[in-house]
Structures are given as structure tokens and as C-alpha cells.
Design a protein around this ligand. Structure first.
Ligand code: HAM
Length: 423
């Protein structure tokens, strides 16, 4: 019986997995540089963790969650995103007692039952950060700058940064009333889902992809125009910090970002290489979320990047070309009688930090060389009974074909010098 991977999932094969490792290690280095520490939360959570935070009127909660009952009848959900679990963990583990802000990052799979297409999957990976405990607009700017600078470090160009402010408690109620009135007046032009959303949360009308709904929402009142003094000041400071770092942005008043927990700053970065699913990463502030999870009022901000989309964009820029993933040394064994000695040398090379491998398929010497070429080894060391007797081995540079003969006792040292010098 043969099985395919479930719809909307893919196998990440070595060539891609290696690129992801490169993206993740670059991210980890940069996040550390900005003071963020790693956190790993469970892949599934109590369903309520997501319904309460992401919001019952959102597409994610209404249509996209992988929810199931476990054997004890508990409702659990595969995480559709990383922010809610991190905040749940922050509250659960009394991280409010730690020096604030607590800056965390995570990388891992998320699950959304969406219609699969290029750049959109049911299991997809995110690289994300959350900074919890401060409402300083400089931290909003840091979050945005971290994402942009990470993209720059990967050689991405042509990105567009959109920002918006979703306001706070003070501005929301008045605005929501206006928006509801506007939506109500246009009810007939809205799709069935949006009609339901008018009462639940009219902000979600901005998420709808339906053309007629989008036309209606184009002329809808925008929260950005109804901000009270404090929120407006906050947003102005964020913009100022971005300008100081010479970051270009476009203010997009419709950017409400599909999740209910956002307050004040929201942002999203679009890549020209991604087709319809062009959001490479997005984030925002969520000053009410810790309270939702039973903690004391604590603000926070963060973002998440879609790893698949990031990899596609970096690939299109050709920026993976510089990844060095070739093995250093292949040990070609001329005769099986030399294999035990060859294996000894193999482990000594590995111990010395040189990546090395040997044939395990009983190939002829010629076939071993063909294999070493195909796998892209940088050097081949030939070992046979003759070499062992003379205590001399040949080392071939697989790129140039150049070959040198060296004393077997010096092999490790010489190989280390060669490998280190070149890279
Ligand atoms: P989000 O915008 O839902 O935000 O997802 C962030 C990124 O994940 C998107 O920009 C996109 O690149 C990627 N993504 C989302 N859905 C899919 C999918 N089905 N297939 C492939 N990639 C996808 C969040 O998840 C928030 N938790 C971000 C955040 C962190 N806000 C504050 N802190």
C-alpha cells in the first residue's frame, strides 16, 4: 500500500530542509542579537486558548482549526499560530516575575485548514518573536526593524512594509459603532459570512476576499482616522523611529490582520515574488492578551514569518547560492581488505571536525568516484592495501582533479589545514 502525504502538507526534503536550517540559524543569531530567547510550546493546546484570543469571528476559528477530542473527551486544537501559546506559557510560568520585557522567539509548524495553493498550506512553518511587558513604541519599532533587518540579511529586496494602528479601548467602541452602522447600511452588498460578522465583529469585514465586500469596505470608515490622542501619539512615535532608521513604509488603514487580539500597531511585509499569497510576515501589538489568559494587564508585541514563503522569496533572489553544504572528504576504498583501516581514518577525520563519508554499497572504485562526484564531495582520499603498506595516501581535489600524495600519519592534520584554509 502506498500513501501520499495529506492534502496541504509536504515532505521537506534534504535540499529544502538544509535551506530552512540556514534561514532558522540566521534568524536565531539575529534574534539573540536583539535580546530574544528561544521558547518551545506544545503543538496542541486546549481549544479555548485559540478561540478566546484569535476570536470567534475570525476565519481561523470559524473555518480553519484542526480541533479534536482526546481520549478523555477534552477539546484540543493543533496550533494555528504561535502567539496565543506563548502568552499562555508566559502566564502559566509566571514570567511576569522576570525582568520585563520578556523577549521570546519560536520556530515550528502551525496548522490551518485552508484551501491549499502555492504559498498556502495546511501545515506550514513560522519563525516568530514576541516581546511581552512593555508598551514603549520603540519596542513596536524594534519588532518591525527586526523583521525587516532579518529579511535584508537574507538578501531580500523589493519588499513593501505596510503599517497601521488598530487603536485601543478608548477609540474602539465609538468607531465600532460607526463601522457597524456603515456595514448595516450596506448589508445587501455583503456576502453571507460578512453579514453574520456585522454583529460578531465588523472589523473582520476587512479580511473578506469577496470582491463585492472589498468594494464596500474600501469606503468604510477607517479606525486610523478615529484614534484618540494617546494612540495617535504612539503611532506617530513608531513611524518616527522607523524613519530614523530609514525604513520605508506605507500606512494602510485596512490592515486589520485577521486576528482579534491586535491593538495599536499592526504591520505586514509583502514580497513581489509570492503571487497571490504575498504576505511573507506580519505582526502587531496585543495589549489585552495577557489579561485574556488570566494575567495582570501586560502589553506585548510580536510578528511571525511564514518559512515556506520566506524560502520561496530567498530562492528567487538567488540568495541560497552561498550556502556551503558540500561534504569535505570521501574515502574511496580500493580493496575491501583495507576497509577496517579506512573506517578508522573516517572516524578520526570526523572527530577532527571534518565532514567525511565512505561507501556502504560495495561499489567498485570507479563507481565510488562517480558517487563522490555526484554527492559533491570536495576531496577524495584513496585507501587501499598498497597505500596502507607504503603509509602514503592520495588526496584528490574533486573540483580541479589535482592530486597530492601525503604521509598517512599526517592525513588528519593536512586535511584539517586544507579544509580550514579554504572555508
Ligand atoms: P499571520 O499573519 O496569521 O500572523 O501569519 C504570519 C505569517 O505566516 C503570514 O504572513 C504567512 O507568511 C504565514 N502563513 C500564514 N498562514 C499560512 C499558510 N496557510 N501557509 C503558509 N504560510 C502561512 C500570525 O500568525 C501571528 N501570530 C503573528 C504575530 C506574532 N502577531 C503578533 N505576534
Amino acid at each position: 500500500m502506498r500513501y501520499n502525504a495529506p492534502k496541504g502538507t509536504t515532505d521537506i526534503l534534504p535540499d529544502t530542509a538544509r535551506k530552512w536550517q540556514y534561514l532558522e540559524s540566521k534568524a536565531a543569531n539575529m534574534f539573540k542579537n536583539y535580546g530574544y530567547e528561544p521558547i518551545i510550546t506544545p503543538i496542541f493546546e486546549h481549544t479555548e486558548v485559540f478561540t478566546r484570543s484569535i476570536g470567534i469571528s475570525t476565519d481561523i476559528v470559524q473555518k480553519e482549526m484542526y480541533t479534536f477530542k482526546d481520549k478523555a473527551g477534552r477539546s484540543l486544537t493543533l496550533r494555528p499560530e504561535g502567539t496565543a501559546p506563548v502568552i499562555r506559557a508566559y502566564v502559566n510560568n509566571n514570567m511576569q516575575q522576570l525582568p520585563q520585557p520578556v523577549k521570546l522567539y519560536y520556530m515550528g509548524p502551525m496548522f490551518r485548514y485552508e484551501r491549499p495553493q502555492a504559498g498556502r498550506y495546511r501545515q506550514f512553518w513560522q519563525i516568530g518573536v514576541e516581546a511581552i511587558g512593555s508598551d514603549d513604541p520603540a519596542l513596536d519599532a524594534e519588532s518591525i526593524l527586526l523583521m525587516i533587518n532579518y529579511f535584508k540579511s537574507l538578501g531580500l529586496k523589493g519588499l513593501t512594509l505596510y503599517i497601521n494602528s488598530m487603536g485601543c479601548d478608548k477609540d474602539r467602541p465609538k468607531y465600532m459603532e460607526l463601522l457597524r452602522e456603515y456595514a448595516e447600511a450596506n448589508r445587501k452588498r455583503l456576502c453571507k459570512d460578512c453579514q453574520k460578522r456585522i454583529d460578531l465583529n465588523p472589523l473582520r469585514l476587512f479580511d473578506c476576499k469577496d470582491e463585492s465586500c472589498q468594494l464596500v469596505m474600501k469606503d468604510a470608515p477607517k479606525l486610523l482616522n478615529y484614534l484618540e490622542v494617546d494612540c495617535r501619539k504612539h503611532f506617530n512615535m513608531v513611524k518616527r523611529y522607523l524613519e530614523m532608521q530609514k525604513i520605508e513604509y506605507i500606512v494602510k488603514p485596512e490592515l486589520v490582520r485577521g486576528l482579534d487580539y491586535y491593538t495599536k500597531t499592526t504591520f505586514e511585509v509583502i514580497s513581489p515574488f509570492l503571487g497571490a499569497q504575498n504576505a511573507i510576515g506580519g505582526g502587531g501589538r496585543y495589549d489585552k492578551l495577557v489579561e485574556e489568559f488570566g494575567g495582570s494587564p501586560t502589553p506585548g508585541i510580536g510578528f511571525a514569518i511564514g518559512t515556506e514563503r520566506l524560502a520561496i522569496a530567498v530562492e528567487k533572489e538567488g540568495a541560497f547560492d552561498s550556502i556551503e553544504d558540500r561534504m569535505d572528504v570521501f574515502i574511496a576504498v580500493a580493496d575491501q581488505s583495507a576497509k577496517p583501516n579506512a573506517i578508522d581514518i573516517l572516524y578520526a577525520l570526523r572527530e577532527a571536525g571534518i565532514s567525511a563519508d565512505i561507501d556502504y554499497m560495495g561499489r567498485s572504485l570507479k563507481a565510488q568516484l562517480k558517487y563522490a562526484n555526484r554527492r559533491g564531495f570536495k576531496y577524495t582520499v584513496f585507501i587501499g592495501p598498497e597505500e596502507l603498506e607504503k603509509k602514503r595516501v592520495a588526496v584528490r581535489n574533486m573540483e580541479t582533479g589535482e592530486q597530492i600524495e601525503i604521509n598517512i600519519d599526517e592525513l588528519i592534520k593536512v586535511m584539517r589545514d586544507i579544509v580550514m584554509e579554504r572555508f
